[in-house]
Design a binder for this molecule. Structure first.
Ligand code: PLP
Length: 412
């Protein structure tokens, strides 16, 4: 089987299993316990947090381990919005891009439904890109009353200092724009977007779940206030994630209890999975430069070949500002789901849109936001590669894809 669905999930790396194994067996202590077993677990948790902090250029006490990318996104969006509005009731707007993962989009919708926030979608162009100037104008407010600008912003005024409120009169409590899109791979100009948010004194959260392992994750260089990661996209198990929130930024916890994770996320810590995530992140960062170079070239060859061999093929997402490991297309005249099944018959595994949206007949909200017509959007397929993908596998996949699409077009 040729697995081209790494954006959905990845296998757990051997070194990750080895690193976490002791904490599932002999070293099974609770980090809160005041005896040696507990202290060993607490030390492992501290080390895992420090390793993640180093990988992100963050301080260890700015990181919270979560149950995955979904929880990290929920905690960032809801936690920042609720805390900031509690400090200043004027902060009643939430901005998210029109192409967010449901973990962000549904969190914002919850804030609207249950807490009365106004939620606005920052539009994207046909490639899935947010224009930083459009974002800056929206941060300034519907009336354009603020002075936010995407240039000339001082990164150190970065939003998120809840106590300080917004510097430019913006009424936005939090903004969330993903680093790289999970369906089409488009990579946003996150530093420009962060500068715009900082200019308005608004904390910017970014979902970096798909970026990990492929794009630089230094949070200070990116200028974000908050950033989410998920373990299972980079060789850790499903069910572990991480949220960075810049020091000094208050956010409301979603899970209350014994005060673990500095009160940000109660519940006995999953030491083994924290160790797994840290090991996966360190490994992914170590291999990133070579993986990016190799896989980008393979992706380019794959895209070129598909566009040359399949006349119906349309690339979705930005031609160059895209994740090294994602190639996504529409094949008008087919159905994404039937080509996917035909490919599976030929031992090629990919995804029709995102895994989370799969199984629904609704066209992808991401493709719709990019202006892709409904009938075309229903023909979308995403091929996403792990760092170990080979040229031979992609050659085979390209040949089988051309045959599968031709068959589907013949069958009508
Ligand atoms: N955000 C993005 C962009 C994703 O692609 C995913 C998973 O597909 C998530 C968030 C959710 O992460 P998790 O599966 O760890 O909850």
């Amino acid at each position: 089987m040729i697995f081209l669905d790494a954006a959905a999930t990845t296998p757990v790396r051997r070194e990750v299993i080895e690193a976490m194994f002791p904490f599932l067996t002999n070293q099974f202590g609770n980090p809160s316990s005041h005896h040696e077993l507990g202290e060993i677990a607490a030390a492992a948790l501290t080390r895992a947090r420090e390793q993640c902090a180093t990988a992100l250029g963050a301080h260890a006490d700015e990181l919270t381990f979560t149950s995955g990318g979904t929880e990290a996104d929920n905690l960032a969006v809801k936690g920042l919005a609720l805390a900031r509005r509690a400090g200043d009731p004027r902060l009643n707007r939430v901005l998210i891009s029109a192409v967010e993962h449901p973990a962000v989009a549904e969190s914002a919708d919850y804030l609207r439904r249950v807490h009365g926030f106004e939620v606005e979608l920052v539009p994207v162009d046909g490639d899935g890109l947010v224009d930083p100037d459009v974002f800056a104008a929206m941060l300034a407010g519907p009336s354009g009353s603020g002075t936010a600008s995407s240039d000339g912003a001082d990164g150190d005024v970065a939003g998120g200092d809840v106590a300080g409120g917004n510097v430019a009169g913006s009424d936005v409590a939090v903004a969330s724009i993903m680093y790289a899109n999970n369906e089409v791979g488009t990579v946003q100009d996150l530093t420009a977007l962060s500068a715009a948010a900082a200019g308005a004194g608004v904390p910017l959260h970014s979902d970096a779940v798909q970026a990990a392992g492929w794009l630089p994750l230094d949070v200070r260089a990116l200028g974000v206030t908050a950033l989410s990661l998920s373990g299972h996209k980079i060789g850790a198990p499903k069910g572990v994630g991480l949220l960075y929130v810049k020091g000094g930024s208050l956010y409301e916890p979603l899970i209350h209890g014994g005060g673990q994770e500095r009160g940000n996320r109660s519940g006995t810590e999953n030491v083994a999975f924290a160790v797994a995530l840290a090991t996966a992140l360190v490994t992914a960062e170590a291999v990133r430069p070579s993986a990016v170079e190799r896989v980008t070239e393979l992706r380019e060859n794959f895209i070129r070949r598909i566009l040359a061999d399949i006349p119906a093929a349309q690339l979705t997402g930005h031609r160059t500002r895209r994740l090294p490991n994602v190639a996504s297309f529409c094949f008008p005249g087919t159905s994404g789901e039937s080509v996917l099944l035909e490919l599976e018959r030929r031992n090629i595994v990919c995804s029709s849109g995102s895994a989370c949206a799969a199984g629904s007949d609704e066209p992808s909200a991401v493709l719709s936001a990019m202006g892709i017509e409904r009938t075309v959007a229903q023909t979308a397929l995403r091929f996403s590669f792990g760092p170990d993908v080979t040229a031979e596998a992609l050659e085979t996949a390209a040949t089988e894809l051309a045959a599968a699409v031709a068959r589907m077009l013949r069958l009508g």
